[in-house]
Design a protein around this ligand. Sequence first.
Ligand code: FAD
Ligand code: PHB
Length: 394
Amino acid sequence: MTSAIRTQVGIIGGGPSGLLLSQLLHLRGIDNVVLEKHAREYVLGRIRAGVLEHGFAELMREAQAGERMDREGQIHEGFFIAHEGGQERIDLHALTGGKTVMVYGQTELTRDLYEARDRLGGKVIHNAEGVQLHEIDSAHPSLTYRQGSETRRIDCDFIVGCDGFHGVSRQSIPKEKIQTFEKIFPFGWLGVLSRTPPVSSELIYANHERGFALCSLRSSALSRYYIQVPLSDTVEEWSDERFFDELKHRLPAEVASSMVTGPSIEKSIAPLRSFVVEPMRYGNLFLAGDAAHIVPPTGARGLNTAGSDIYYLYHALVDHYSSGDDRGLESYSSRALGRVWKGQRFSWWMTKLLHRFPDDSPYDRRLQQTDLAYLFSSQRALASLAENYVGLPF
Ligand code: FAD
Ligand code: PHB
């Protein structure tokens, strides 16, 4: 038995991209439904991004979901790059003429978006199993999904795929209609969240002969640390003690000596990948966020690039419904991809600058050292790094 409802925009995926778009559209009177495969607690259990650019924070405010972020998030004016036993500060504020980033966890941000959706009575359907897209190249696309023993249908004008890298949306586009670009890095990041005071009030990205390390944070009492590990490693092989020993090894001595360690609350390994699909539209299906592109987390671009997709798509849909102006929808893919590729370039460069690649020759290593030496000898090179890190204009 199939029951059907109608909406204007059907959104697949209740991660940050889907929820943000849903909330923004709702506030402009555009009816929409979000289909999320998992339970809310599961989505909120994933520890991911920590650094938000100004444009993303602005979108959260426009979505009326920025209050707690503005109260509890930390404004960061700079970060450190550690190498050769010392560390040097990137003064984001000075190098960009006053721009900064916000440190606020993706988990908290997603929680705020769910609460904002609840307040407005937004339609977010959890545990939507077996989502399928139908007639996406027609003017009448639809979605079906299962809930318990019942199959339900949603008829809509547009479908937006916000269902992440492993989602169903991108896979529903005929293979010959899209081109994919991919780079898989030969290592992953082992991440630990621990209820300990962060070793540094600003992030430290470390290039070390044993591999990359990152000291990040969620609050004055919650630390988030990462180390580069081989893809063959498993979480079980990394006790908390081994993790912190290795992390300390990769940091300047004065940083390591002041580190407070404690039991991990979460520990996971994320593989590093770069991926882009072109175009980001097929018929009346639009892709946004990780469904269309992935970056290694080194440049903190993933969620932020998802934010610029949502910005373009939100405005394009508002123009369509308010004045029948479809120019934004027509240009969505090319506009979004312009910024996506700049995020890809920056993330690739930061990754190459800071990690140890197993196949690197002594020549490659010298080039990496020279890249770092050049960076810290040139205000223009530093300004370029800072401009990308705080986020290029939408
Ligand atoms: P997702 O968060 O993947 O959400 C997709 C949603 O769709 C999920 O809830 C999923 O359950 C649902 N879904 C999947 N398939 C289906 C289906 N078939 N049907 C229905 N629902 C489905 N980015 C930054 O900008 N800054 C950072 O500092 C940063 N740090 C990171 C650190 C790590 C360790 C990692 C792994 C990532 C980091 N990122 C960072 C990247 C960031 O987390 C992602 O870019 C972001 O989650 C993308 O959001 P999204 O909503 O597009 O996709
Ligand atoms: C994080 O805090 O999780 C984080 C911060 C910066 C990055 C990646 C992840 O580049």
